[in-house]
Write a protein that binds this ligand. Structure first.
Ligand code: NDP
Ligand code: ZN
Length: 349
């Protein structure tokens, strides 16, 4: 059994987005149906649907920063009721019984979790994401939105928020730590706010100083332009922790040089191509180079509550459904402060 909902769909990497009607499954016993109010545009949506990470399954609807209201619940649902304000991020299912799932790390499920879009669901269908009026999700992959977070400012937290919160928590970032956030885009602007709320002394490393005022407003003490001639020499050995959100290839060794001895560089930006790392850049100074993949569901809820408690939300530019193609080009050009959010009500305009 299925029902129909409007969605933005692409039939191939070069095709424009079109409003179409797609099928959603009728809720299973443990599903909730969500009327989506806002959907953020993550650079991962762009990498995926432009085939930069490999062949996507077309026709495809992307979107994994979803905020909305529960409109229906399956008979076995215990966590949510009709009318609840909720969010869904990058995952909609996982095995639930491997050691990673049991540890609350569903993003690293040993049996492979089900992504919110472009993923093969348990019934064999390809999942379709949140640039749509409705989505149907297992209740264990739905989070509650705190009252203080409105839909538009909350939606980007479901990916950009948890992806930056999780490594900052894993590496114990605390008051006084010198943290560099590299790339002031959707993820970066959340990383700055969260690291600052944890008490860190945050410096933004950007390609220019164009966003320095905004960075300060987000809680950064300084912004430095990495394109300055001697930047990587001048700032050698400065930071305890670097969070890299860069979406394109870059010189990893150069950034490792900015760490203090025993410092940690956590990479969340996922450029399509492999990048070389010299072992010397790690060995000399005993540095740690690590990655991080979103975060588990319990930690996503913790992050939402943390953001509400600290008055943190995404800084957004709201767009109607017919401007998503333009928005993609602007994200790639670095021309967004700092996250586009699709106004889902404009499907009915
Ligand atoms: P954005 O495009 O919003 O931000 C990326 C930032 O990277 C830009 O704002 C820019 O910062 C910087 N940048 C872009 N190109 C270059 C370049 N050639 N050299 C140096 N810096 C550059 O993207 P998002 O924040 O949405 O996503 C960032 C990356 O993180 C993507 O690759 C995405 O797929 C990935 N991602 C990973 C997740 C995970 O779980 N690990 C989850 C979500 C996303 P500035 O203008 O300040 O220089
Ligand atoms: Zn994302």
């Amino acid at each position: 059994m299925t029902f129909l909902t409007k969605a933005l769909q692409k039939t191939g990497p070069d095709a424009p987005f079109k409003v179409v009607t797609i099928e959603r499954r009728s809720p299973r016993a443990d599903d909730v149906v969500i009327a989506i109010r806002a959907a953020g545009i993550c650079h991962s949506d762009i990498h995926t649907i432009r085939n930069e990470w490999g062949q996507a399954h077309f026709p495809l609807t992307v979107g994994h920063e979803i905020a909305g209201v529960v409109t229906e619940v399956g008979p076995a649902v215990t966590k949510f009721a009709v009318g609840d304000r909720v969010g869904v991020g990058c995952m909609v299912n996982a095995c639930g019984h491997c050691e990673q799932c049991e540890a609350g790390q569903e993003q690293d499920c040993l049996n492979g979790n089900v992504g919110t879009y472009d993923s093969i669901d348990v019934d064999g269908t390809v999942t379709q994401g949140g640039y749509a009026q409705h989505v149907v999700v297992n209740e264990n992959f739905v989070c509650s939105l705190p009252d203080d977070l409105d839909f538009d400012h909350a939606a980007p937290l479901l990916c950009a928020g948890i992806t930056t919160y999780s490594p900052l928590k894993r590496w114990g970032i605390k008051a006084g730590d010198k943290v560099a956030v590299v790339g002031l885009g959707g993820l970066g602007h959340m990383g700055v706010q969260i690291a600052a709320a944890l008490g860190a002394e945050v410096t933004v490393l950007s390609r220019s100083l164009a966003k320095a005022d905004e960075a300060k407003g987000l809680g950064a003490v300084d912004t430095l332009a990495t394109t300055e001639a001697v930047f990587f020499v001048t700032h050698r050995g400065t930071f305890d922790f670097i969070l890299s959100t860069i979406s394109a290839p870059y010189d990893v060794d150069a950034y490792l040089g900015l760490l203090k001895p025993h410092g940690v560089m956590s990479v969340v930006g996922l450029p399509p191509d492999a990048m070389p790392v010299s072992m010397a850049a790690l060995i000399l100074g005993g540095k740690v180079l690590t990655g991080s993949n979103i975060g588990g569901i319990a930690q996503t809820q913790e992050m939402l509550d943390f953001c509400a408690a600290h008055g943190i939300g995404a800084v957004i530019e709201k767009i109607p459904v017919d401007q998503v193609d333009d928005a993609y080009d602007r994200v790639v050009a670095g021309d967004v402060n700092f996250r586009f959010v699709i106004d889902i009500s404009t499907f009915d305009r």
